[in-house]
Design a protein around this ligand. Structure first.
Ligand code: ZN
Length: 344
């Protein structure tokens, strides 16, 4: 595949964290505006924000978020990083993106949930106006937060459901806080008919994927561990569960350590609805273009496979069937015309 063409093709992304996608120069801008001293600048800052390719552990990966978080506590900062994320994805022709964030991580300076969510939505809307990229937001509950706090986030998804918030996710330490601990929270979301995509099966535990599906998730973030359990794979197939794979991140966080253990091909051949995502554009130092090219280098995938992965993403997107139809035709048309042009 040609990098320039891969970059130009229309794309869909379902799994991208706002706070993991803050570019260094944007962080510098926030620090300057808010008069907060930034411990690093320039290239050194960029290095501090990126997790090493061979990250020694998940905790080192997560430390990168600790560096950014104190700067994301104002409406100015939240609006700016959301806008800038749209600017970033526009550069590689992302047509539709679902941007996720945990609003209760942004209340350290007293912002309330409404202020936090409104600021992010404002940034996304400004991005749409300027770059034409469609987006929606997903709100993440955090596994180490209380049930009451997470229920509050579910309520916020419901309150903003007509204004660009389309689903709920559970993020954070999956190993120590298994999905069944959150059945109350997830049942609350289910009663309100809110779409669910849950991080699960990143820590090596296929059981969490099964529990997530039982509790109403139609999409699974990562899902790597299901390769160990044919019953869970069967359940995903029966439910047409969309698996949001994030190749670079999966290696950095040690969800897998060897390429031979990465289940991309296994999932694809099994007929699972997988799609490809960046997870964190800054922390994982990646783009969708880079992720696609990595898959080509690893598995020799072609344009037809890429197109299929994008259609899977649309199938899983938390939008109505009419919007899906439009996106499917943008992808189909984009691939057929661009690739035909290259061949001729
Ligand atoms: Zn994630």
């Amino acid at each position: 595949m040609q990098k320039a063409l891969v970059k130009a093709l229309p794309k869909i992304e379902l799994h991208c964290h706002l706070d993991g996608s803050v570019r260094p120069h944007i962080l510098e801008k926030i620090a300057q505006e808010e008069l907060i001293p930034l411990p690093y600048k320039g290239q050194l800052l960029a290095e501090k924000l990126i997790a090493p390719e061979d990250c020694p552990s998940l905790s080192i990966y997560l430390e990168k978020f600790d560096l950014v978080l104190p700067f994301l506590q104002t409406e100015f900062a939240l609006e700016l990083i959301a806008y800038d994320l749209i600017a970033q994805v526009a550069e590689e022709n992302v047509t539709y993106i679902e941007v996720r964030f945990a609003p209760l991580l942004f209340n350290q300076k007293g912002l309330n949930l409404t202020q936090i969510i409104t600021a992010v939505l404002k940034g996304l809307a400004r991005g749409k106006k300027e770059f034409g990229v469609q987006s929606n937001a997903l709100l993440c509950g955090m596994r180490h937060h209380t049930i009451a706090d997470n229920k509050q986030v579910v309520q916020a998804v419901s309150d903003f459901s007509q204004n660009g918030v389309v689903g709920f996710d559970l993020a954070g330490d999956e190993a120590n806080y298994p999905t069944e601990n959150f059945s109350d929270v997830l049942n609350f979301a289910k009663e309100a008919k809110l779409p669910l995509t849950l991080h699960a099966g990143e820590c090596g535990c296929p059981h969490n994927v099964m529990t997530s599906i039982k509790l109403g998730a139609t999409r699974i973030g990562h899902g790597i561990a299901i390769q160990k359990d044919e019953t869970v794979i069967k359940t995903c197939l029966e439910n047409q569960t969309v698996i949001e794979m994030c190749p670079t991140s999966n290696f950095q966080t040690k969800a897998v350590t060897h390429l031979a253990d990465y289940p991309f091909k296994k999932f694809l051949d099994a007929g699972l609805k997988i799609c490809i995502n960046t997870d964190n554009r800054t922390v994982s130092n990646t783009t969708l273009t880079e992720e696609y090219l990595k898959l080509e280098a690893w598995y020799g995938i072609d344009y037809a496979c890429l197109e299929k992965l994008n259609h899977h993403a649309i199938d899983g997107a938390f939008i109505d069937s009419k919007q899906k139809e439009i996106l499917h035709s943008i992808i189909t048309h984009g691939y057929s015309t661009s690739i035909k042009k290259t061949i001729s």
